[in-house]
Design a protein around this ligand. Structure first.
Ligand code: NI
Length: 463
């Protein structure tokens, strides 16, 4: 099929739609109905029906109206997954710096590499991550990095949906004004772009990279724009100890004092939060992005997810960037979130599977303040994932929630639609050439990578 034909097929699909029949329809988590067999109808990018299998007469009516038939044969159809915290372009650094504590990992390895990156590198690194995420059933990402115009172009080209924030850090008075102006320009240019698939927020990196005066400026600017906030919070014990020493309060308290929690905010990690912090986050409606793999891999601990949920906080899931995970597979993240929380609390009843699916779908939408995604409801965007038929690792799939959380992995995703557009069909990208993208990304990586990795195994001996 040539490119022109592909484009024509896509526009036909977008203009009309699909009727998916005889699937296991997971409408919404944690308590939405599951229809088996069920049908889903999509027209002009939106869901117009999700429920029990329709009668032959009603199906015929949809076909006469131009919907294409997409038989599911008992496969699962569910809302696209929502990755509420990542740094997509860090696919360039996947596997580059391993087995290090957060601050050493950042300061000695990651930041020096990042200082060499270009907009072109960020474009290709982001596009590689988008392909990975689409393959794993992720339809929306919440991304924080730099050269964000290039990241936005990659997201637009991938067909995904995203909230993007220009990562702000570091900053003397002069560069602060420049960084803010850049972030604001990015907001003006890209918020609402790509047919509304891209939204922009403000993304100060963290309290340990942004001094309070600068954070206050970011908050003020975000409020003026009506933009949300995306920030790393209380990720590692060492960072929290230093903050407490320097400011005599927790990061969450500092951010409250600076007005950050008045904004619609996503606080990534929140591993080392106190019970007082949890009360503050709950009081202000701050959403938390839980990133269990990254938190465990960097030795930062396990976030008190159950306590945060008990306090009424929206807790969603994120993969974090490929340099600290090392994949962006939200199915693996669901499994680990459930298992780690049970282990931490010594209670196997916490985080039951439907709640974990909610963290990766509907609660992700709530965290990003994007109510038209995250559930298969009439009127919502048709961001859909269709899984393969269960192979041996999923058989016999007694229960769909257990299947999704404990047995599936990203490789079980077969088809992906965003806003009714098919972007992955039977495991193949409809508009991207994966081999070509990887080859281009490799060329760019060769041009920007440091001459040598300055820390390698074996690691220095512990005292
Ligand atoms: Ni992060």
């Amino acid at each position: 099929m040539d490119a022109a034909q592909k484009t024509e097929n896509r526009s036909k699909a977008g203009g009309t739609g699909y009727l998916f029949t005889d699937g296991i329809v997971v409408t919404s988590a944690p308590d939405g109905p599951v229809w088996a067999p069920g049908d889903v109808a999509v027209r002009n990018g939106r869901i117009i029906y999700a429920g029990a299998a329709l009668t032959p007469a009603r199906r015929e009516k949809y076909f006469r109206e131009g919907l294409q038939h997409w038989p599911l044969g008992g496969r699962v159809i569910m809302p696209g997954l929502i990755n509420t915290h990542t740094h997509a372009a860090m696919s360039l650094l996947r596997g580059y710096a391993e087995d290090r504590p957060l601050l050493e990992w950042l300061e000695r390895l990651v930041f020096p590499f990042e200082s060499r990156l270009s907009g072109e590198a960020v474009y290709w690194g982001t596009l590689v991550s988008c392909m990975e995420m689409i393959r794993g059933g992720i339809t929306t990402l919440n991304d924080m990095y730099f050269f964000m115009e290039d990241a936005a172009k990659a997201v637009a080209d991938s067909g995904m949906r995203a909230v993007l924030g220009w990562g702000l850090s570091g900053i003397d008075a002069q560069s602060a004004e420049r960084a803010l102006a850049q972030a604001e320009e990015f907001y003006q240019k890209w918020n609402g772009a790509a047919g509304g698939r891209i939204r922009v927020c403000m993304a100060p990196h963290a309290t340990y990279t942004c001094p309070p005066a600068f954070l206050a400026q970011v908050v003020e600017r975000a409020a003026a724009l009506g933009a949300g906030l995306h920030i790393h919070v209380a990720e590692s014990p060492e960072e929290c100890r230093r903050h407490q020493e320097q400011f005599g309060e927790t990061e969450v308290a500092t951010l409250e004092r600076l007005g950050a929690w008045e904004l619609p905010a996503v606080a990534a990690h929140c591993v080392q939060v106190t019970s007082g912090d949890i009360r503050i986050l709950a009081r202000h409606g701050v959403a938390v992005s839980h990133n269990p793999t990254s938190n465990l891999k960097l030795g930062n601990g396990i976030a008190p997810v159950q306590e945060m949920l008990d306090a009424g906080i929206t807790v969603a899931l994120g993969t974090d960037g490929p340099a600290s995970n090392n994949n962006q597979d939200l199915f693996q993240e669901m499994r680990l979130a459930a298992i780690a929380q049970k282990g931490r609390t010594h209670d196997p009843t916490v985080l039951p599977a439907p709640q974990v699916v909610a963290m990766a779908t509907q609660w992700g939408a709530k965290a990003l303040r994007w109510p038209e995604i995250g559930a298969l409801k009439v009127g919502n965007w048709a961001d859909l994932v269709i899984l393969r038929k269960p192979m041996s690792h999923r058989w016999p799939a007694w229960d769909v929630w257990s299947d999704l959380v404990y047995a599936c992995h990203g490789g079980d995703v077969q088809d992906v639609l965003v806003a009714g557009q098919v972007i992955l069909k039977n495991g193949q990208f409809t508009a991207l050439d994966e081999g070509w993208v990887l080859a281009a990304a490799q060329m760019v990586l060769e041009a920007v990578k440091p001459p040598q990795r300055n820390v390698a195994w074996p690691l220095p001996k512990r005292e």
